[in-house]
Design a protein around this ligand. Structure first.
Ligand code: SAM
Length: 216
C-alpha cells in the first residue's frame, strides 16, 4: 500500500505524540517509552492500523508498536486514532523500513511480531524484500524473546507457501498453520481482521495464517 504523497504528512507525524521519531535511540529503552514493563508486540507494515488499534483496546496489558514505511499511510492511522473517543494509550508508531529493525530493539525486547498481508514482491529477484524471507527471520530471531513468535496472515497462497519453506529453512518451529483461517475454529478464535483481510475475505479469498516460534 502506498498512498499518494500527502502534503503536510511529515509535519503531522513529527508533531504527533504517539509517533516515536528517534526510534534507534529507544533501543533497550522501550519500557521507559511506555512507562511500564508490559510485553511489547510489533506489527510490521501496519497500514492504516485497524488491527493494531483494536488489539491495543482489547489488551491494555500489552504494549503495541506499529511500524509503517510510508508517512502517507501512517498519517491515515493517526487520523483513525485521533477520531477515536478514547484512543488507546498503549500504542506507538514508527515510520521506518523494517530492514533496520535490529537497530531499534535489543535482543529479547520484543514479545511477538505480527505480519499482516505483507507485500508479496512476486518477482524472484525481489524475494529478499519479502518480510518472510530468510534475512527477515534472522532479524526477528535477534529481537524476539526466548519463546517469542511471529504470526503471519495473507491471502496470497504463493507468498504463504514461500513463507512456510522459509520458516523451515530458518530453523524456526512451525507451531500452527492453515490455508483457510476463517474456517479453522482454533486459529480463528479471537481473530482480529485487518483492513486487507476484510477486503479480500469479502471477495471470497481464503486467508492463510502461520505461527512460528523462534529457534532456541
Ligand atoms: N497490515 C495492513 C493490513 O493487513 O491491512 C496493511 C497491508 S499492506 C499490503 C502492507 C503494508 O506494509 C504497506 O502499508 C507497506 O507500506 C508496509 N510495508 C511493506 N514493507 C515494509 C517494510 N519493509 N517496512 C515497513 N513497512 C512496510
Amino acid at each position: 500500500m502506498r498512498l499518494r504523497n500527502i502534503p503536510g504528512a511529515r509535519d503531522v507525524i513529527a508533531g504527533h505524540e504517539a509517533v516515536i521519531k528517534n526510534e534507534k535511540e529507544q533501543k533497550g529503552h522501550w519500557e521507559e517509552v511506555f512507562g511500564n514493563d508490559h510485553p511489547v508486540r510489533v506489527e510490521i507494515g501496519m497500514g492504516k492500523g485497524r488491527f493494531l488499534m483494536t488489539m491495543a483496546l482489547e489488551h491494555p496489558e500489552i504494549n503495541y508498536i506499529g511500524i509503517e514505511r510510508y508517512s502517507s499511510v501512517l498519517l491515515r492511522a493517526l487520523e483513525r486514532m485521533d477520531a477515536m473517543e478514547e484512543p488507546p494509550s498503549n500504542i506507538r508508531f514508527v515510520c521506518m523500513d523494517a530492514a533496520e529493525i535490529e537497530e531499534v530493539f535489543e535482543p529479547g525486547e520484543v514479545d511477538r511480531i505480527y505480519l499482516n498481508f505483507s507485500d508479496p514482491w512476486p518477482k524472484a529477484r525481489h524475494a529478499r524484500r519479502r518480510l518472510t524471507s530468510a534475512a527477515y527471520w534472522e532479524r526477528y530471531d535477534h529481537i524476539l524473546k526466548q519463546d517469542g513468535v511471529v504470526e503471519f496472515k495473507t491471502d496470497n497462497k504463493e507468498l504463504f507457501e514461500f513463507s512456510l519453506e522459509q520458516v523451515q529453512e530458518a530453523g524456526w518451529e512451525l507451531k500452527a498453520h492453515t490455508f483457510d483461517l476463517h474456517h479453522n475454529e482454533d486459529l480463528n478464535r479471537g481473530n482480529i481482521m485487518t483492513e486487507y483481510e476484510a477486503k479480500f475475505s469479502a471477495k471470497g479469498n481464503p486467508i492463510c495464517k502461520l505461527i512460528a516460534e523462534r529457534k532456541r
